[in-house]
Design a protein around this ligand. Structure first.
Ligand code: PMP
Length: 321
């Protein structure tokens, strides 16, 4: 993956090569950082880069920081504005991925959350697919359990807890699967290594509630709204047993990286017909139109980066100004 040209680092935009930390950095040693993952979608017809739901992403980012007791020197809206500046400098005319990071920057020994100084960085880089087989993922139920709210809260994107995701992902891939499904400490389906989980059974869409050890996903929220308001589906949040996946008609992952990926096999058993089902297929095409700003009703979710008219006016709602 090519590295970016610039980074927002310690309050200003600098060449990426200057955005460096020392080996004693608290976050590097103890995992005391949190991050975000946001996508920018290029719309070739409009020659515009749309960032998908940046305010929601940065709001969750600030909340993840709050879970780590961090008083960030920026509000979510300030960071959205900085992102706009950074993206205009990078001048991307293709899909990209944006990574904000808040980390305890102190260099010294001593594990704790108090009396430390947070710093924020943002970088953006060109990005395509996160999972190659979005149309048909073969998952395994991981032997690793999801961290829970009383170990490291999974509702925020806390850097240290991604060791849990990394165990699950590596074991799944080494065993020949595309992705892992991780159970929570109660043995219910929580989520994928970096994706929220949904299944469809008897015409009802089911997903675990936010109290089941999952990240409070922005794509999850988006998809629940699209399913209900545009596709007329019933969506229920409730705990899900492992074997419900064996009996599901359809199943899918959602996430900024994975977007919407059909789960077509679990531990060598077919999910439904073993091919992407009709609801996931309709949802995917709607989602891809929505994120590129092609659906008027959801256009406010897509913040234009290069909208020069709006910038001349001093910024408008939904604009990355
Ligand atoms: N769960 C985990 C563990 C994740 O890392 C992600 C990716 N951010 C998701 C779910 C999906 O969240 P979102 O839709 O906000 O990207």
């Amino acid at each position: 993956m090519a590295t970016p040209q610039h980074a927002f680092f310690k309050g200003q935009i600098v060449p990426y090569s200057e955005a460096k930390v020392g080996v004693l950095t608290h976050a590097l040693n103890y995992g005391t950082a949190c991050f975000g993952g946001v996508r920018g979608y290029w719309n070739a017809d409009e020659q515009e880069l749309f960032v998908f739901r940046p305010h929601e992403h940065f709001k969750r980012f600030v909340q993840s920081a709050k879970l780590l007791d961090m008083q960030l020197p920026f509000e979510a809206d300030d960071l959205v504005a900085k992102l706009g500046e950074l993206l205009r400098l990078e001048n991307y005319k293709e899909d990209c991925y944006i990574r904000p990071l808040a980390y305890y920057a102190d260099e010294g020994i001593g594990v704790r959350l108090h009396g430390l100084t947070p710093e924020v960085s943002i970088v953006a880089m060109p990005f395509g697919r996160y999972i190659d087989k979005e149309e048909g993922v073969h998952v395994t139920i991981s032997s690793w359990r999801r961290v829970d709210d009383n170990t490291i809260p999974p509702r925020g994107k806390i850097a240290g807890s991604y060791v849990n995701s990394a165990y699950a992902k590596t074991d799944a891939q080494r065993a020949g699967f595309d992705e892992a499904i991780v159970l929570n400490s109660a043995g219910h389906i929580a989520e994928g290594s970096a994706e929220n989980f949904f299944l469809v059974r008897n015409g009802v869409v089911v997903t675990p509630p936010v109290t089941e050890g999952i990240l409070e996903g922005i794509t999850r929220r988006t998809v629940m709204q699209l399913l209900r308001d545009e596709l007329g589906a019933t969506v229920v949040e409730r705990p899900i047993d492992r074997t419900e996946l064996f009996l599901a008609d359809e199943a899918f992952f959602t996430g900024t990286g994975v977007q919407i990926a059909a789960i077509t096999k679990v531990d060598h058993r077919l999910v439904g017909t073993g091919r992407m089902g009709p609801l996931v297929s309709r949802l995917r095409s709607l989602y891809f139109d929505v994120v590129r700003g092609k659906v008027a009703r959801y256009r406010t979710w897509c913040a234009p980066v290069y909208d020069t008219v709006a910038h001349a006016r001093g910024g408008a709602v939904g604009v990355l100004a």
